[in-house]
Design a binder for this molecule. Structure first.
Ligand code: AGP
Length: 369
């Protein structure tokens, strides 16, 4: 097992550090930046079906559901097709309205999640076209779906999903870009620019990983907190949910993710000097609004950990700590903002002496209801 961990103390840490390669493995062979081409067999073979979709339904559980939420923002922005994201466990039992011209995208790292599988069967019975985004090659879900795209993240052993999340977002971004280019909902020059930016993400993830020692110090400061709040807006709202899930599952600290503006509708009552609040405040994406949310937290003495774009001075002046990430286009920011949140939860769990790779009560794939 030590050998399999490749010199890292835990699989989770190894998998966090594998993300630059995992992301490039995901787009390699699919994206030709110089020529401005995205080739994905599962998409190319079903292009008419996908382009004519009146609606996209995304079904998944857990972290994969969070990737689905990021995809909702990306698809609606780039492709202008309405998207709904559903927990597979809710979808399968609520007699959902499904039309023949709906496209269902099922996301699952393991490809074995029971609720996601049941939701796929239901969608198929009602005539929908179902596209799978799985990591495990030959898994049950990859076989049950009409078509699909693998994430090519390599084996994910840690129960806490890390590289599966970022590679799911990468695949879903490729799909959205391809459809947007074909539909003409983005300009040719934007399409080329977005491909270039996606190609730069692995290098930027490496830079984000360089904050590891700084994040360890922050983890040490807050490891004894009883609660954490995670806030983000737009593309980074799902990242806030994912950051909170990571902390909960491996450190057993209660954490909640919220869209930052929802804070004043309830959670703000929780904020006092004991409450660490992780705020994703990157330069693009409602930056000024997030800064005013930070001011609200500060005036209630909450402890602020800001995830900011490098060079940011405004949030630095307000927050107790900042963690910088490189700049990128807005819809790709989740691929970078997620990194420090993974490291923060990892270090807190290690410091609390928890079983990082196999947290209590959890299984890597949930094959029963
Ligand atoms: C994530 O850290 C979790 N362990 C869990 O939420 C997981 O994402 C969920 O069970 C879905 O699994 P899947 O992607 O294999 O379907």
């Amino acid at each position: 097992e030590q050998i399999e961990k490749g010199g890292y103390d835990h699989f989770m840490l190894k998998e966090i550090y594998e993300q630059p390669n995992a992301i490039s493995d995901t787009y390699r062979g699919r994206m030709r930046v110089a020529e401005g081409i995205i080739k994905m067999a599962g998409i190319d073979d079903n292009l008419a079906k996908l382009l004519n979709a009146k609606r996209i339904l995304i079904i998944a559980c857990g972290t994969s559901w969070h990737a689905g939420l990021v995809a909702e923002y990306i698809f609606e922005e780039l492709v202008r097709i309405p998207v709904e994201v559903e927990y597979a466990s809710e979808f399968r039992y609520r007699n959902p309205v499904i039309h023949q011209d709906d496209v269902v995208i099922a996301i699952s790292q393991s490809g074995e999640t029971a609720d996601t599988m049941a939701a796929i069967k239901l969608a198929k019975e009602r005539g929908a076209f179902v596209f799978g985004v799985c990591n495990v090659v030959g898994s049950s879900i990859s076989r049950e779906t009409h078509a699909g795209a693998y994430t090519h993240a390599g084996p994910e052993i840690g129960v806490a999903s890390t590289k599966a999340f970022t590679t799911q977002i990468t695949v879903l971004s490729l799909i959205a870009l391809k459809l947007a280019e074909r539909k003409g909902t983005i300009s040719n020059s934007d399409f080329h620019y977005y491909l270039q930016e996606l190609e730069r993400i692995p290098e930027k993830v490496k830079l984000a990983l360089e904050s590891n020692e700084h994040i360890k110090l922050i983890a040490d400061t807050y490891k004894d907190a009883k609660n954490f709040l995670y806030l983000g807006r737009g593309y980074n709202f799902p990242v806030a949910l994912e950051g909170a899930l990571k902390l909960k599952e491996i450190s057993y600290i209660h954490a909640e993710g919220y869209p930052a503006a929802e804070m004043k509708h309830g959670p703000i009552a929780l904020i006092d000097e004991q409450m660490p609040v992780v705020v994703i405040a990157t330069k693009k994406g409602h930056y000024d609004k997030v800064v005013s949310n930070i001011q609200e937290i500060k005036s209630r003495k909450g402890k602020i950990i800001g995830i900011v774009t490098e060079g940011d001075e405004t949030v630095k002046g307000l927050a107790d700590h900042v963690i910088e990430i490189p700049e990128t286009i807005e819809f790709l920011t989740p691929l970078l903002t997620t990194i420090p949140l993974q490291l923060l939860s990892y270090h807190i769990a290690v410091m609390l002496d928890k079983n990082v790779d196999q947290p209590r009560n959890l299984a890597k794939s949930v094959t029963v209801e």
